[in-house]
Design a protein around this ligand. Sequence first.
Ligand SMILES: Cc1cc2nc3c(=O)[nH]c(=O)nc-3n(C[C@H](O)[C@H](O)[C@H](O)COP(=O)(O)OP(=O)(O)OC[C@H]3O[C@@H](n4cnc5c(N)ncnc54)[C@H](O)[C@@H]3O)c2cc1C
Length: 398
Amino acid sequence: MTLSLRRAGRLSSGIKMRDTSYLNWPFFQDRHRAIAAQLDSWATANLSVVDPHDVDASCRMLVARLGCDGWLKHTAPGGESETIDVRTLALVRETLAYHSGLADFSFAMQGLGAGPISLFGNQQQRDWLKRTRSGEAIAAFALTEPKSGSDVANIELTAQHYGTGYVLDGEKTWISNGGIADLYVVFARTGEAPGAKGLSAFIVPNKIPGFSIAERLETISPHPLARLKFERACVPATAMIGAPGDGFKIAMATLDIFRSTVAAAALGFARRALDETIKRARSRELFGGPLADLQMVQASIAEMAVDVDAAALLVYRAAWTKDNGAARVTREAAMAKLFATERAQKVIDKAVQIHGGDGVRHGHIVERLYRDIRALRIYEGASEVQKIVIARQMLSGA
Ligand SMILES: Cc1cc2nc3c(=O)[nH]c(=O)nc-3n(C[C@H](O)[C@H](O)[C@H](O)COP(=O)(O)OP(=O)(O)OC[C@H]3O[C@@H](n4cnc5c(N)ncnc54)[C@H](O)[C@@H]3O)c2cc1C
């Protein structure tokens, strides 16, 4: 017998659509709850103006607005906070992703791009953080190369010690904010040892001679992306973050923090897909009643809701663990990213299915989510890489 939720009285208009009960979980403090509520109102009021067709202009505008209204201060230490609060980062990403993938992207890249400076930069280098936190400078994180994506230790771009500085030669690709960034943190081979131990990180401003944008890259969910070229591009020795040979460690420690926030963005997309689906199932009349009366639709909604809650538990477990003093959260972050991104893809796919033809129509919210989620299963470590990381941690007893 089909259970009619309407008849059961559970779909009365008095029920709040958006479930924010997770904010009561013990992972959060009142300041987190306040940020989530304020940002949700801010996003509702401000993010309808985002133009998905001109991504460069939109991202510049978003960074300026997010900076102006104080949200970017959460991307890096400074002011009242000496460390990055990962729960805040994750909540902000989840909330922005719920409203706009491009807004989440603009926020996240200020954190990831400046991440190596936040974690390992000296006092002088940390001056950049004032500019990334205010939105005055746009940041990028340049690790990937044409021959080294998942295989990070295989980086070929060289930085040769020369006089009082380093000369950079080579290419980076798939660099988010490439083309609009003011500052790139570039990982290069300095050769202290073979493989991962021979890499260093450098701060490279966008205007230096020898640095250029070789190609702009377009994807199914557009945002600024580019292949970068370095031809005898000189940086002073003071541009190096940490010590020679620290590059791999710096990259991995940065990803340790930001991976759980990629998971948070996936969670925001999934939560939006679920909410849109509930709305649709309640309003669409089919076979003489609401779509929500069909048990197979109910089953899909139940599966979506379980995936959303389980992903949220993993995301905020990783963030809480880091905020509570863990030096590294490699296993927790990898689990959160793997589960949240893979399950968000499934949740959004179900949302598209339940929306029928409208679900694949250009410009529909679930159609956009369907495109927005895909790359998250690939960047900052593809799902297969996360499985390897988790298995290594388990097998080593870490
Ligand atoms: C939209 C977008 C934004 C990006 N932004 C940035 C950025 O800002 N900065 C930056 O440095 N990089 C960025 N990247 C690059 C991203 O991190 C790489 O694409 C990713 O690491 C995968 O590298 P690759 O594309 O070279 O794929 P490959 O390394 O060639 O891997 C291809 C596929 O092989 C599989 N695979 C990989 N390793 C294993 C394994 N060990 N076992 C089994 N299967 C495996 C995975 O399915 C993987 O997707 C971005 C990428 C995208 C798509």
